[in-house]
Design a protein around this ligand. Structure first.
Ligand code: ADP
Ligand code: MG
Length: 401
């Protein structure tokens, strides 16, 4: 049984918290990789991610109603994660102060409860096969799985884009990550064999068919450097500083780096201090690369998409400075292999995963070559696995009456 398999989670739910299987709602949501658009989302820019066939499942049962002698206004939530191996409890009435993984669940539940007429508490089991903290967005996967289930349980009738928005707010307001909308959006709205080109400012999007002859292969370096959270928020504030300076030096209004064209950046870059200039250069050129990649996808030029991914990696490494030796080693190794079309780090950086586009008929030798080289170099066993481009969050099952 796969841990993320929603049926298995239902059994765990009844064993742990009681009740009957036929009272259970089930939902799931995928992880994602970002083909193009590194650190552009929180700059109101463009991204080109895909949802992948690794999922987080949730099984949830609302607190039994007064028939069973329960208090119908009970707002207690009990949630168990099979991945963490822990159960946490909170009440929808008052936020918990202790930080934990359950903040993702609590944040989403709390925001959605605002729109529910009489939100009852619930018991929930979550679990899946999206590696946690590896840059495949297990956080958005968890959030959307929870939101998709609660949308049913509380009968909210919200469309996927609105659930994505609530999950995004939950991660910002309850977990305190100044993330952009990309992860939640593609996790909610991804489609099978389609990449999602998203304008993070307007939230307009376009889907492009992925190439059947090419597979997405993820290499998890299985390293994570401590830096990641503080460096992420530091990059966010450096971009904000660039916006302030460019708003003064350029004639047009600059509300975010999205508003700065390559030509404007080149004209005004002398006014930016060194580090801020590098961050800004990455974002401005990266937005261009994403748009070019979307056009290349539309015309079926996957080779060009791969080249742009390589450029993205070098820019993240040299200008944005969020890579690390292990990620660089995987990218450099992958680039020596004939089957590879392009590779880059994905996620916030400083460890986690590399995403590669690989010819479908050579995935196994590619994976083996990367694995062998990485073990020889680092002594660490990586996880190298192909991913199908999968669909976004969905309801799996609901009680029949
Ligand atoms: P990423 O989103 O790249 O995986 P994050 O640091 O943003 O990394 O999110 C990872 C965190 O999300 C985990 O440390 C954990 O708190 C939470 N999380 C994700 N999936 C689960 C899960 N199945 N069970 C419990 N917590 C989870
Ligand atoms: Mg995350």
């Amino acid at each position: 049984m796969v841990v993320g398999e929603p049926t298995g989670l239902g059994t765990i739910l009844t064993e742990r918290f009681g009740g009957e299987e036929d009272e259970i709602y089930r939902a799931s949501a995928p992880g994602r990789v970002n083909l193009l658009g590194g650190h552009t989302d929180y700059n109101d820019g463009f991204v080109l991610p895909v949802a992948i066939d690794r999922r987080t499942g949730v099984a949830v049962r609302p607190q039994a109603d007064s028939r069973d002698g329960n208090d119908p206004s009970d707002r207690t939530v009990r949630v168990h994660s099979t991945n963490v191996g822990e159960t946490r409890t909170f009440s929808l009435d008052s936020p918990t102060s202790e930080e934990s993984w359950a903040d993702y669940v609590e944040g989403v539940a709390r925001l959605l409860a605002e729109d529910a007429s009489n939100p009852r508490g619930f018991d929930m089991v979550v679990g899946g096969d999206v590696p946690m903290g590896g840059g495949l967005s297990s956080s958005a996967s968890l959030e959307l799985a929870v939101a998709t289930a609660l949308n049913e349980v509380w009968d909210l009738g919200k469309p996927a884009a609105e659930l994505a928005d609530r999950c995004w707010r939950a991660e910002r307001e309850f977990v305190g990550v100044e993330c952009g909308i990309m992860d939640q959006f593609v996790v909610a709205l991804g489609e099978r064999n389609r990449a999602l080109f998203l304008d993070c400012r307007t939230r307009e999007y376009e889907r492009y068919r992925t190439d059947d002859d090419v597979r997405v292969v993820v290499t998890n370096t299985n390293v994570g450097h401590e830096l990641v959270d503080s460096a992420y928020n530091e990059r966010v504030s450096q971009c904000r500083e660039a916006v302030e300076l460019l708003d003064e030096s350029l004639s047009d209004d600059v509300a975010s780096l999205r508003d700065v064209s390559v030509a404007e950046f080149e004209e005004a870059k002398g006014t930016l201090p060194g580090t801020v200039r590098k961050r800004c250069e990455h974002v401005v050129y990266e937005n261009e690369r994403v748009r070019e990649a979307a056009a290349a996808m539309e015309s079926g030029d996957v080779r060009r998409v791969g080249e742009l991914m390589g450029e993205t990696h070098r820019s993240l490494r040299d200008l944005y400075e969020v890579s690390c030796e292990e990620l660089d080693f995987v990218v450099e190794t992958a680039e020596t292999l004939d089957a590879e079309l392009g590779s880059r780090m994905t996620g916030a950086g400083f460890g986690g995963c590399v995403v590669s586009l690989v010819r479908a008929d050579s995935v196994e030798p590619f994976a083996e070559a990367v694995r062998t080289a990485y073990v020889a170099e680092t002594g660490i066993e990586p996880d190298v696995f192909p991913c199908a481009v999968a669909e976004g969050s969905r309801v799996e099952d609901r009680p029949s009456n």
